[in-house]
Design a protein around this ligand. Structure first.
Ligand code: ZN
Ligand code: ZN
Ligand code: ZN
Ligand code: ZN
Length: 594
């Protein structure tokens, strides 16, 4: 079988269906997709609201609750305990399938009738504002996180303690504004680092302690912008800087210059075989994978975290096999199109918010069960027969194999995760036909503008906990325009202050959504470009040289496999061709940095 180029019916750009894609679609008996992989991914993300919480009433108990659904959502919403209890029965809403109408229309009617779970947050203590999260204690505004204690404003944190504003931390403590760190302690603004202690503003460091502004170091101490200062001088410099705002601003600029002078590997991760993507680890034949571990024979997967085999188009998944077009489903097995399903879902299609179900079709909110269609119970034989007929019907209507239509998502573009990975302005979103909701004007009584916050943490006293700080994005008109998610003001919670004091860093000047947007911008986009290795060969001195445009270029320190000639390797990378980084293939990168 050959690859085929198709035109996406959504964005009209061309995309390729590879031979292994065709065999997958054949295996699960769906038609090849009509939308390109990126449009399919955005369609799934539109269904996912991780951290826009609102206060509303539980439609069963009347109590005030926190939910990801606004009070004007077109369906009932129950609080966690009541939803999971036996007080109501989702099969009460069961109905017959009508072959004179499209499937999605009937499914949407069912979904609007059945109560929704206010948030997905289980087995957690004192962690009301956590979503898609479990086993956490004393956490606040934390999403997609597990087994954390005293963590705030983060996502993808695991087994971490007292971390704030982090994205992807594993077994880390006292960290602030870090991305992709593991086993780190007392670190701030660290990116792609592991086993580091007391490291600030650094990237790609391993086993380092007491370093500042460093890039690509291994097992080093007391380094300052990659220079070995020794303990005494290092401590002196750190102390005289007072880590004040002005110093940090200059340090950030210096750090980004240093970062651009040292090659980067074309992807983040390791142990990948015949795979493409970014933030990937231990993968075999995983194509276009983002933030994926232990994937085998998969394509177009995102945030697929443990064993996933023979799957395509799954977003936010832990373990899966032979599944397609799922979002927020922890363990799908042989499942086609599903969202927000937990406790393993098997041999099912078009299910949403179902727990531990098998052989179900078009169901919503089932807490267990098998052989249900549109929440109605059938015998095994009846189920098999009816399922076959519905699939034939959906093949005729063009619905079979398509994910839930984006128009019925309860979230607008800017409330959904689509805005995080594919940010659009309001005008752009509306032009593309997406919905948008302006933030309701909150009547915050700002008691201190961010520009008036003290320069250092030493000058900050506990009274800051009583202040409402105006986000600095609101202070300049240009910035205000670019910040559609800004909430305008923020407060400091005691746990946060503890972190700033421990790390000796000044208070943030932006609100949580602005900080979150900044963090996402620091990471490469979830897109790939074909490029060649930028290594020019030649093992000369280790000084920076200058190219014909006057830009700094890196000179290799060791001999590479391609000798004095430019490296011939090509790859797919999330570093776009116009980015300033020096992008190396794995072999060249390992020769220099490893
Ligand atoms: Zn498209
Ligand atoms: Zn803001
Ligand atoms: Zn190379
Ligand atoms: Zn090379």
């Amino acid at each position: 079988m050959n690859s085929e180029t198709k035109t996406c019916q959504n964005c009209k750009s061309e995309f390729t269906i590879e031979p292994d894609d065709f065999s997958f679609y054949e295996k699960i008996k769906v038609q090849p997709p009509t939308w390109c992989p990126e449009c399919r991914y955005i369609r799934r993300l539109l269904d996912r609201n991780e951290y826009n919480f609102c206060k509303r009433k539980c439609d069963a108990t009347g109590k005030s609750i926190i939910s990801i659904y606004r009070s004007d959502a077109p369906f009932p919403v129950y609080n966690q305990e009541y939803w999971k209890s036996d007080a109501w029965d989702p099969t009460q809403y069961g109905r017959d399938f009508d072959f004179s109408r499209p499937f999605f229309e009937q499914y949407e009617e069912l979904r609007r009738a059945v109560p929704h779970l206010a948030m997905v947050n289980s087995n957690s203590v004192n962690s009301e504002y956590t979503n898609q999260a479990q086993n956490n204690k004393d956490c606040y505004m934390l999403v997609t996180s597990d087994r954390c204690e005293k963590c705030m404003y983060g996502s993808w944190c695991e087994k971490s303690f007292l971390c704030s504003d982090c994205y992807m931390t594993e077994k880390s403590e006292f960290c602030y504004e870090c991305i992709n760190v593991a086993k780190c302690s007392g670190c701030a603004w660290c990116y792609d680092c592991s086993d580091c202690i007391g490291v600030y503003l650094s990237s790609n460091c391993r086993g380092c302690s007491n370093c500042f502004g460093c890039v690509g170091l291994r097992n080093k101490q007391y380094h300052w912008f990659n220079e070995n200062l020794g303990k005494e001088e290092y401590e002196k410099r750190l102390q005289t800087s007072h880590l004040n705002r002005g110093f940090l601003q200059e340090a950030r600029e210096k750090f980004s210059r240093l970062r651009l002078s040292i090659p980067v590997k074309f992807y983040h991760g390791m142990q990948t075989q015949s795979s493409s993507g970014d933030y990937i680890e231990n993968t075999q034949r995983a194509r276009s994978a983002f933030n994926c571990r232990d994937n085998k024979d998969t394509a177009y997967m995102q945030d697929a975290w443990q064993q996933n085999e023979d799957c395509r188009d799954c977003t936010e998944i832990i373990v899966g096999q032979l599944s397609y077009e799922t979002q927020g489903v922890d363990s799908p097995h042989r499942t086609i199109v599903a969202r927000s399903c937990f406790n393993t879902i098997t041999d099912s299609c078009y299910c949403d918010m179902c727990f531990g179900t098998s052989n179900c079709f078009g169901c919503f909110g089932l807490k267990k069960g098998s052989y249900c269609i549109l929440n109605k119970q059938y015998s095994k034989e009846e189920y098999v027969e009816l399922k076959k007929k519905i699939i034939e019907h959906m093949e005729k209507t063009g619905e079979w194999g398509q994910y839930f239509p984006p128009e019925v998502s309860p979230f607008t573009y800017n409330e959904s995760m689509a805005q995080d990975y594919f940010p659009l302005s309001k005008a752009e979103a509306l032009a593309k036909g997406y919905s948008w909701r302006d933030r309701e004007k909150q009547e915050y009584q700002v008691t201190i503008p961010a520009s008036k916050l003290s320069e250092t943490i030493a000058e900050t006293n506990d009274s800051i906990l009583n202040e409402t700080i105006g986000c600095i994005s609101q202070e300049s008109p240009g910035e205000k325009e670019n910040r559609p998610l800004c909430v305008g003001a923020f407060r400091i919670v005691p746990l946060e202050l503890e972190i700033y004091r421990k790390l000796q860093i000044p208070l943030p000047q932006k609100c949580f959504p602005c900080r979150r947007t900044d963090r996402f911008t620091l990471r490469n986009p979830r897109r790939l470009w074909k490029r060649g290795c930028q290594c020019r060969g030649k093992a000369d001195d280790s000084q920076l040289t200058t190219d014909d445009k006057g830009a700094s270029r890196y000179a290799n320190t060791t001999a590479h496999f391609h000798g004095g000639e430019p490296c011939p390797n090509e790859f797919e990378t999330s570093y776009a061709p116009d980015r300033p980084e020096i992008v190396y293939c794995e072999s060249c990168y390992n020769s220099e940095i490893a």
